[in-house]
Design a protein around this ligand. Structure first.
Ligand code: SF4
Length: 631
């Protein structure tokens, strides 16, 4: 067994209670390395085509990587995969904190869940042992209470917990899996998959640290990150302000989505900025295992919202979706929405964007009081936004059941006028990076296998002539040497999108935090990735070999989608995302359907895929050693 792994993947059949440990050889570990790749290996083999995403046939995987739990910044993340109940395509989400490192110490590289438990259960992993325990008493509880009670009954305050909240139990299609009360594996509704399986939580604790081939080399990487942090002002600002620190730069660029993506300019941006958060309700910073950056927020208020710090503070995406998307300028209300999402187990992007869509529909008379159970959904009305969120999490009334389906399915129930206001791709709501302003976001939102996602490639602004030596130097290590303006979507930009998609896929396979590890401004760049993988494993990997590992992830997910009937036609932005923006410096900016279609032609060709269907060719899959995926 290679260093860095335990060589144990636990397969749990929830229907029968049977558990087995799969042991793979070193070649398997070097081929897939972790995260989504491990997950796809099991999902493609065990999920029947056309399976109901909320039925027992769906396979849920929680996977670590070779690097998880090693003592340097940005390695404590876990990847969740399953067929998405939101999109019907592959679902994919990552979350950090202390849970992933502790799961590694519990003695496993990952867990696969098959079937459905007869009654609520949680999985308890400790020092190589696994036990399914009754969770009937936890059903209905939020993430905070769930963690508190599990720790109390196991008699250990250091047990780490990941769970679904009431939203997942209620099969809300934007439900998240929540680590340590406030870290969400948010996108694509995988909390609902947990709920559908009667799987309330996974609790982990252990002392089985994997061995490292070159412990001094691993330590050197930790020292490198710590030294870099002392001089890297951008990383220090991330620590000081969190991702909320980009609210104002997004506004200055005309890229702060406002009123359900109608504008990139929010006149009250300053009131919801990271700076304002720090000056007012921020009480502390939090971190993930071994990370020097401490970018996570702790927010507390003693006002009408009664926000508790244990449920965390809002990220940029959350501030935008519950703030500017909904025209809400009250940071405490936005932070309350964030706390509720973390406790109830909801994706803040999916939930906030769905509410913004509903507000616009109500304002335009497309949704009526009969649809909203009499709740007046108005731009800027924080109380109405929070009431809609509560209704969604618990599927209360007509409104709650409508919103719980996610905006695309809800709009399909309402009609074409509602669909015209969607900001979705494959049914997944768009995050707060506007394709009108950063064109490669338009392409990656369209082609990404699990829908619109802002962490699936690097952003355009890092690949301009004036992007700086560090960014351009690191991108050059990936073979990208032709920078172009952010609004360009030609051949150079398409190459940038695909290559950095492989790169960010590698980050997700290795479960590395993209704030610490990246190809533009982070603590660590491309060459350090090969260095650290080799220090941990003793292998002799190179950057090109690792980029193939990233490419494997994209192709495996795409094969799953092709099997489910997805084609090029599904790689489309909803009409609203093509409309010109209004107001601010981005007034009039747009990305047309023709531009995206042309970019898709270039992208599929470069990816070695069939341009007509947008799906991988057998030749490309065989080249990557994953031809089996088609069988
Ligand atoms: S940079 Fe932030 S999110 Fe990433 S590992 Fe560190 S504390 Fe966690």
């Amino acid at each position: 067994m290679p260093h860095g792994y335990h060589g144990k993947i636990l397969v749990v059949n929830l229907s029968t209670g049977a558990m087995q440990i799969d042991e793979h050889d070193e070649t398997w570990y070097r081929t897939y390395m972790g995260g989504t790749n491990f997950g796809m290996y099991y999902i493609l083999k065990h999920t029947p085509p056309g399976a109901d995403a909320l039925g027992p046939d769906n396979v849920l995987t929680l996977m670590l990587s070779v690097l998880t739990g090693a003592p340097f910044s940005g390695q404590s993340r876990m990847t969740a995969n399953a067929k998405s109940p939101l999109t019907g395509a592959i679902g994919d989400a990552q979350a950090g904190g202390f849970f992933p490192a502790e799961m590694k110490n519990a003695g496993f590289d990952g867990v696969v869940f098959l079937g459905k438990a007869e009654r609520p259960v949680y999985l308890w992993l400790k020092d190589g042992r696994a036990e399914l325990r009754d969770a009937s008493h936890l059903w209905g509880l939020g993430s905070w209470e769930t963690e508190t009670r599990i720790r109390a009954e196991l008699g250990d305050n250091k047990v780490e917990v990941t769970c679904c909240g009431p939203a997942g139990e209620n099969l809300v299609r934007t439900a998240a899996i929540i680590n340590m009360r406030n870290r969400a594996a948010g996108r694509t509704g995988l909390g609902a998959v947990m709920g559908s399986k009667n799987l309330k939580a996974v609790a982990v604790r252990g002392s089985l640290r994997p061995t490292y081939a070159d412990p001094k080399g691993v330590k050197a990487v930790a020292s490198l990150g710590a030294a870099e942090f002392k001089t890297n002002r951008g990383m220090q600002e991330l620590g000081e302000l969190g991702t909320a620190g980009v609210v104002l730069s997004q506004e200055f660029a005309g890229g702060l989505p406002t009123r359900n993506y109608q504008s990139g300019h929010f006149e009250h941006a300053e009131e919801i900025s990271g700076e304002r958060l720090a000056e007012t309700i921020l009480v502390d910073r939090d971190t993930c295992y071994a990370c020097v950056v401490r970018c996570k927020r702790e927010v507390e208020t003693d006002d009408e919202y009664q926000i508790k710090r244990e449920l965390g503070g809002p990220e940029y995406e959350t501030i935008a979706t519950f703030g500017s998307y909904c025209e809400i300028r009250d940071l405490a209300a936005v932070s309350k929405a964030n706390a509720l999402c973390n406790d109830y187990g909801l994706d803040t992007i999916g939930a906030g964007a769905t509410i913004a869509w509903a507000i616009e529909c109500y304002e335009d008379g497309i949704l009526t009081d009969a649809d909203t159970d009499g709740l007046a959904l108005r731009w800027g009305d924080a109380k109405a936004m929070l009431a809609a969120l509560e209704a969604m999490a618990f599927r209360r009334g007509r409104l709650g059941n409508l919103l719980a389906e996610g905006s695309a399915r809800a709009a399909a129930q309402i009609g074409p006028d509602a669909q015209a206001r969607l900001i979705t791709v494959k049914g997944a709501e768009a995050p707060a990076h506007m394709p009108q302003v950063k064109r490669s976001m338009g392409l990656i939102y369209a082609v990404n296998p699990f829908g619109a996602d802002h962490q699936s490639s690097e952003h355009d602004t890092s690949y301009e002539e004036n992007s700086g030596e560090r960014s351009l130097g690191w991108l050059a290590e990936l073979g990208l040497t032709r920078p172009v303006p952010a609004t360009d979507l030609g051949e150079e930009k398409v190459e940038f999108t695909l290559i950095t998609q492989y790169w960010t896929s590698l980050m997700d396979v290795l479960n590395l935090c993209q704030f610490d590890w990246g190809a533009t401004w982070q603590l660590y760049g491309p060459s350090t990735v090969a260095q650290v993988v080799n220090a941990v494993t003793g292998w002799d990997t190179t950057l090109p070999e690792l980029m193939e590992v990233g490419a494997r992830r994209v192709n495996l997910m795409k094969v799953f989608n092709a099997r489910e009937g997805f084609t090029r036609e599904d790689d489309k932005l909803s009409p609203r995302l093509h409309q010109p923006l209004t107001g601010g410096v981005s007034d009039g900016l747009r990305v047309t359907e023709e531009e995206i279609e042309h970019a898709k032609d270039l992208y599929y060709k470069l990816a070695g895929w069939d341009v007509a269907t947008g799906n991988p060719t057998m030749e490309r899959l065989q080249e990557l050693g994953i031809g089996w995926a088609v069988e």
